[in-house]
Ligand binder design. Structure first.
Ligand code: NAD
Length: 523
């Protein structure tokens, strides 16, 4: 057996996963844990289904996926029930940030797949006697390993371009939120998606490792720490992977910004999904002249935010989802306060609610050595820092191991665009937050420790494909100049051809030494 193909050791056996609502504590459901054999069975089924699916053209695949979209729309209340119950997020968040995104994605990829995956002609600069093009072919079975914060859109939604490209998909949702992917698979299959083409396997990290071993390509979304493990295993197996990881997104508010819009965006961007978004506003830098006004506006607005369980009627912020996450948020806030930060709103767990509710929080007097400004908090906390000027804001924004998203606020959009070029992150919004995720035409992905690869844009579907170069000879001559036998004439010809690259050619035709010759150090 080749090195790297060693079966993953079985860790402690957990036969089922029991899910409780993070908002109320009520028992929600129980799911069986997939061992290696179960994952292998799912992948084998997926392979069979994929062979038939790949034979369909784009239009036929799109027709099926549009029926799936209809089923999601018809099943929206059922989807909201499941997603809300296991995440604690308000139902309207499920409609907007999960279902809407997925339904729009189905339309987008159905229309764009044929264009993004069409053969791309190349014009050989040298080999004029050849025709050349790049073609895209499905990998086969894609393993999608997802996180708990958007358990429907980051599993089912990620699968849509993979399916449009002609792959089958096996989802390994987070053990914290397994039901969301499953309800999506069930509705899709009932709507006519061929059986086996989109499946879910439940489990912890070891189930994810089995999937890495057995699938042909891995699309991972999750934390930096797990991303490293996934990358290491994929590296051993030489398996293609994309990694969508954590963030610590900066927001830069300049003196000429529309403060009302910036403050609204800060509150939404910092608190939506209880701050558990990879592109949450995680740290805010405000130019000194507008700092006080901006902070006041944000604090006033945060105090008006309504928080409660999904069934509490219209609330903006629900519960957090994962018990260790609320502990991390508490640690970050307590560490900041211990080092001199002041709490202007919130600051602690909700004592009146049984679930994982952390109050929407605003911190000031924070410094860059605090965890709250350096490590991903992933909770409803907005730390705000006063900066001298634009330069200091850019320096601090870039002083991070992450590089996922960022926002710049100024009435001068040319200035905003100029600053965007200097921010080290995979995406930058000017006078907006998070919105790049919904602009599916452009790539979304992290730099630095925030990830490798992209979703959306042409790469968002090409990543699910093997890229193949095809070169076709046009003239059918009996031999080529570089083929054998080697003759003195051919050797002379190639010598002369080489001279064309070098200084001889320049001296002869331009009468000047080549730049390389001029720069060469003297012996
Ligand atoms: P996580 O890394 O704990 O888990 C993600 C998935 O990996 C889960 O399904 C988990 O079971 C699986 N897993 C765990 N160990 C594994 C292993 N050894 N091998 C294979 N799979 C393994 O992440 P999480 O806590 O579920 O999600 C939150 C994180 O995800 C945050 O850091 C957030 O920023 C990030 N995230 C990033 C994006 C993005 O697009 N960049 C989007 C959403 C969330």
């Amino acid at each position: 057996m080749a090195q790297g193909a060693r079966p993953v050791e079985e860790p402690l056996v957990r036969r089922t996963i029991e899910i409780h609502s993070p908002a109320t504590g009520a028992r929600v459901a129980e799911y069986p844990v997939a061992d290696r054999e179960a994952v292998a069975t799912a992948v084998a089924r997926a392979r069979e289904a994929q062979a038939r699916w790949a034979a369909l053209d784009f239009a036929a695949r799109a027709r099926v996926l549009r029926r799936v979209r209809d089923a999601f729309v018809d099943g929206k209340e059922r989807i909201a029930d499941v997603v809300s119950a296991e995440t604690g997020k308000p139902r309207h968040d499920v409609f907007t940030n999960e279902l809407f995104i997925v339904c729009d994605g189905i339309g987008f990829w159905s229309r764009r797949a044929s264009r993004y995956l069409a053969d791309e002609k190349a014009r050989p600069h040298l080999m004029k006697s050849k025709r050349a093009y790049t073609s895209y072919h499905p990998h086969g079975v894609i393993g999608i390993i997802g996180p708990w914060n958007f358990p429907f859109s980051l599993t089912i939604g990620e699968a849509i371009p993979a399916l449009m490209a002609g792959n089958a998909v096996v989802l390994k949702p987070s053990e914290v939120t397994p039901g969301s992917a499953r309800v999506g698979c069930e509705l899709a299959e009932a709507a006519g998606l061929p059986a086996g083409l989109l499946q879910t396997v439940f489990g912890y990290g070891d189930t994810g490792q089995h999937l890495i071993e057995l699938a042909d390509m891995i699309c991972f979304t999750g934390s930096v720490e797990t991303g490293r493990k996934v990358a290491a295993r994929c590296g051993q197996l030489l398996k293609p992977t994309t990694l969508e990881l954590g963030g610590k997104d900066p927001m830069i508010v300049l003196g000429d910004a529309n403060l009302e819009r910036a403050a609204n965006a800060c509150v939404y961007g910092g608190l939506v999904n209880a701050g558990q978004v990879c592109t949450s506003v995680e740290r805010v830098y405000v130019e000194a002249p507008v700092y006080d006004d901006f902070v006041q506006k944000v604090v006033d607005k945060v105090k008006r935010v309504r928080q409660g369980p999904p069934e509490a009627g219209p609330v903006e912020v629900g519960s957090m989802t994962f018990p260790p996450q609320i502990e991390k948020v508490e640690r970050h806030v307590q560490d900041a306060v211990a080092r001199g930060a002041r709490v202007l709103a919130g600051g602690k767990r909700r004592p009146d609610l049984p679930g994982l509710f952390f109050e929407p929080t605003v911190l000031v007097d924070v410094t860059h050595d605090m965890d709250i400004m350096r490590d991903e908090t992933f909770g409803p906390v907005i730390p705000i820092m006063r900066v001298r000027d634009e330069e200091e804001a850019i320096r601090l924004a870039n002083d991070s191991r992450y590089g996922l998203d960022a926002s710049v606020w100024t009435r001068d959009s040319a200035r905003g665009a100029r600053i965007a070029r200097r921010i080290q992150s995979g995406a930058v919004c000017v006078n907006d937050v998070m919105v790049n995720f919904a602009v599916t035409e452009v790539p979304m992905g992290g730099i630095k420790e925030s990830g490798v690869g992209h979703r959306h844009g042409p790469d968002g579907i090409r990543k699910y494909c093997v890229k193949q170069a095809v070169v076709i000879d046009r003239f059918g001559m009996n031999s080529e100049i570089n083929w054998w036998p080697i003759t003195p004439g051919k050797v002379r010809l190639f010598r002369r051809a080489l001279d064309l690259f070098g200084s001889g050619w320049r001296r002869k035709f331009l009468g000047a030494p080549a730049p390389r010759e001029r720069a060469a150090p003297q012996p």
